[in-house]
Design a protein around this ligand. Sequence first.
Ligand code: MN
Length: 448
Amino acid sequence: MGNQIYVIGHLNPDTDTVAAAIGYAWLLHERDLADTIPARAGAINQQTAWVLKRLGLEAPILINDASPRFESVVIRLDTALPDSPLREAWGIASRTWGVAPIVTEEGVPFGLVTGKSLFSLVSDLVGPNPQRRDLRLTEILDIPCREACDTTIHKFSLNGRIRDSLHRILRAESDDFFVVDEQGNYMGVCRQRDLLNPPRMKVILVDHNEPRQAIANLEEAELLEILDHHRLGNPHTHAPIKFTVDIVGSTSTLVSEKIEESGLAAPPAIAGLLLAGVLSDTLILTSPTTTGRDKKAAERLARWAFVRGGPLAGETIQSYGQQVLSASAGLATRDPEEIVNTDLKQYEAGGYRFAIAQAEVTDLVQLAESRDKLLAALTKLRDKRTLDFAMLMVTDVVRGSSRLLITNEPPELSDLPYPPQPDGTRLAEGVVSRKKQLLPVVLGLLER
Ligand SMILES: [Mn+2]
C-alpha cells in the first residue's frame, strides 16, 4: 500500500463522481507526482459505462471497504524447503528478524523456524542435562528444516480484514503468521506488531463528504482531503485536512478549475469525462444547481476535449450532452431494483431514516406501466435497509420536471408542495435537483 492515495467517489457512483475521481487523481499525479489511484465505491451505471467506452477509458478500481487487510502488512520473506538442511533456514533467519518460512515445493506454508522452535529442537536433542551430550553446531545445521520448525503457525488470507482476526492474533502462541492467497499459497509473513498498528489506507473523497455515502469503515482510513459540492455531513478527523466544498453544479467543475489553476490542460479523454460529469450533474447546464462557473468549466473542458484526433472531435457541448443524458436507460427496459438502487442517497432527519433514489429519463410515458414494480422495489429497499420511508424521484431531463413515488409516506410529508396525481405519484413541476430542490423541502418538513 505504501504511499498510494485512493481518490474515491460516493456509493452508487454516477458519472460526476467517477469523472471527479479520475480527473483529480490525474491532476495530483501530474502536478505533484502523487501516487494517486482513482477508485469507485460501487458498480458503474449505464450512463458512466457509455461515457467511459466512448472515451476509451478504463473504469476505476472498485473499493468497498477502508479497513486494513493482511496485504497491507505482509512481507514476502525468502523461504526454505522442508527437507533442506537447517543451515538454509539459519541463513534466511539471519537476514530477517530471526524467522525463516518453510514452504513446500508446491508453494504451501509448512512451518516457521523461529528462535523458539530452534531452542525446543536443541533441548529435545540434548535433553535436560547438557553435559551428557557433546553436540556440534554443524550437526544441528544438517538436520532438515521440517524437524526444526513450528508447524502450528496461523494462516491468514491476503484479502482478509485484520480487525476480523484480532482475537486469533492476540491469543496466538507466536508473534509471526503466514499470509496466503485464496488457494492457500504462501504470500509472505506478517508480524503481530504490524498487525496491531497497520498502515491506514490514504483516501481523498470526491463528490461526497458524508460517511453514510462513503465506502465502509471510512473511519479506519487516513482521510487526506475532501472535494465536493454537497451539503455538509463530514466525518471527524484527527488532523486538519484540505476541505473544499463549493456551491457549483458538479465536482467535475471544481476539478477542472483546479487543473486550470495549475496551468495544465487535461488530455482529451479525461477532459471529455469531466465534461460528461458537468453535463450530467447539471442536465446540460440547465438544472437550478448550474452556476456561471459550471458554464465556464464546460467551455474549458470542451476546448480540451473536442480537439482533432480526440475521441470527441466534432462534438459540441449540446450534442455530447444529449448523448450522455440519453445513455441512461429508460424505465421500462431497466430492472426496477436496479433503478431504485443505482443513484440512491440515504439520510437521517427529524428522527426518520430515509433514502431518496433518483432516476433520469427522457420522457415519463413509461412511468405508468412501471409504477407498481417501482413501488414494490422501493418497499423492498426500505425493508432491507430498515428505513422509515423511501422515495424515488423520476426526473424527465428533457422537460425539467419530476414525479415522486413514496413508500410509507410519513404524515409530515403530506404538506409536500407537489400535488398528488391520479396515478398516485406526486408531480414536482420544475424540480430536477434532489440536492438543491427536493431535499431541502423534505428536510424542512421533517425537522419542523
Ligand atoms: Mn456530483
